[in-house]
Design a protein around this ligand. Structure first.
Ligand SMILES: Cc1ncc(COP(=O)(O)O)c(C=O)c1O
Length: 435
């Protein structure tokens, strides 16, 4: 239980965010535009502005940001190349829904960066891109059924918004059409035997997060992606990698570059736009033929909007230019934070632990360190909100559920300050979360 004095201290320190929440609740459900944002403890923080790897609230508090806008801000909050490109694009007027040179240029850049991305179509969000990918697979194979893995997240539309966490196979929210998932078969992620047993010639596609970041930062077990690739080829099903998180993050070419297995179709998003809304479906020329031939209809007013395209071109150029140093650095920083948290938690007897997948880290509060996907069911969803709240009070912003991303803007000084904050946060909660 929060003591009265600690609550008072929060209200004083984050007064601007508390006042904002009071006002917002009147006309904005839960005071936010996406439900998970409302779970932030002690209060959803109003971000007034961002600079490099830092954000600032209305009360003058500065936070080192590991939420990165839920992932997109791979270059931090104020990358000069991206800001300049967007300003230059704005100066041309708002050319929404027009044919423009940028969309072809970005498709070429993606083809240069992502191993299997010969052709690309643009949309605005990852949720939409997933729907296009599924439609491509169904149109190509003339089949309907899809294999989805448990604890993989593919956006919030009814037909895939199921089994988003271990132990919860059903719909992820009320209000979903129970009939929408009739063509979905669920399989345990990482279990190639189960996949091979479930797959036959009746499936249009297998869709997977190649590294299960949403599930708690799990890299694929050895051979898993290779067996997925082999089994889908054998049965004439398309392999879809959902690289909305892993794309341009696990490597310039995403998880498919990092693990050396290429899908037929790749869904890209988040980091692609460096903070502006853009997602993409890329694929081999053969996989994308239903679009190229005009057989499959693809529509959307905001598809390929020039501002987002300009940001993405600038972002990919920076990532390509800096790839040799950037990716090892953000992986290394993540490893450092993860090791620090685990060592300090052990020292202090706190039931907090962290896992790493490339430049992403998931913090858990759980009786034992989370080693397997099954262990994630034992993690305490309420206690992690308390722990990320403790980090926030010490100047470190993460996703409320404990997921952290690294950006190219994080510095060695940020790492040092974060380590200090992690230790202090562990000390503050160890009496409550210790055995
Ligand atoms: C792996 C994955 N796929 C798809 C999505 C949906 O993307 P969006 O939130 O842009 O609709 C997300 C969002 O977090 C994601 O993590």
């Amino acid at each position: 239980m929060m003591t009265e004095s600690a609550d008072t201290a929060d209200r004083r320190r984050f007064a601007g965010s508390y006042a904002h929440r009071e006002r917002a609740l009147s006309h904005l459900p839960r005071g936010v535009s996406s439900t998970p944002r409302a779970t932030q403890q002690p209060v959803p923080i109003v971000i007034e502005r961002g600079e490099d790897a830092h954000v600032f609230d209305p009360d003058g508090n500065r936070f080192i940001d590991y939420a990165l806008g839920y992932g997109p801000l791979i270059l931090g909050h104020s990358p000069a190349a991206v800001m300049d490109a967007v300003r230059a694009e704005l100066a041309k007027g708002l050319r929404t829904a027009s044919v423009h040179r940028g969309e072809a240029e970005l498709a070429e850049l993606i083809a240069d960066c992502v191993p299997s991305a010969e052709m690309t179509s643009f949309v605005s969000t990852g949720t939409e891109a997933i729907q296009l990918a599924l439609r491509i697979a169904r149109a190509t194979t003339d089949r309907t059924k899809i294999i989805k893995f448990r604890a993989n997240y593919h956006g919030w539309f009814d037909n895939v918004h199921v089994a988003n966490a271990i132990g919860r196979d059903g719909a992820s929210t009320v209000g979903q059409d129970p009939g929408a998932t009739a063509s979905i078969t669920l399989v345990d992620w990482g279990d190639a035997d189960a996949l091979e047993a479930a797959l036959d010639d009746s499936f249009a596609a297998v869709i997977a997060e190649p590294a299960a970041v949403n599930a708690g930062c799990f890299e694929p077990p050895p051979g898993f992606l290779e067996r997925l690739r082999k089994a889908t080829r054998k049965h004439g099903a398309m392999l879809i990698f959902d690289e909305v998180i892993t794309g341009f993050r696990m490597a310039l070419g995403g998880a498919q570059e990092r693990y050396g297995v290429t899908p037929d179709i790749t869904v890209l998003g988040k980091a692609l736009g460096a903070g502006l809304p853009i997602s993409a479906v890329s694929g081999t020329a053969a996989a994308m033929d239903v679009l190229a031939s005009g057989k499959l209809m693809h529509r959307g007013t905001f598809n390929g909007n020039p501002l987002s395209i300009a940001a993405a071109i600038a972002c990919l150029r920076v990532l390509r230019e800096e790839r040799a140093t950037l990716y090892p650095r953000i992986d290394g920083y993540t490893a450092r934070l993860c090791a620090h948290l685990n060592a300090e938690s052990t020292r202090l007897g706190a039931k907090v632990n962290a896992r790493q997948a490339g430049p992403a880290m998931q913090i858990f509060v759980s009786p034992e360190p989370v080693q397997t996907l099954a262990d994630t069911a034992k993690a305490d969803p309420k206690a992690i909100l308390d722990f990320t709240g403790a980090l926030l009070r010490r100047g470190v912003l993460t996703l409320p559920r404990g997921l952290c991303y690294l950006s190219s803007a994080h510095s060695a000084a940020d790492m040092e300050a974060t380590e200090t904050a992690i230790t202090a946060a562990l000390e503050s909660v160890s009496d409550r979360v210790a055995a």
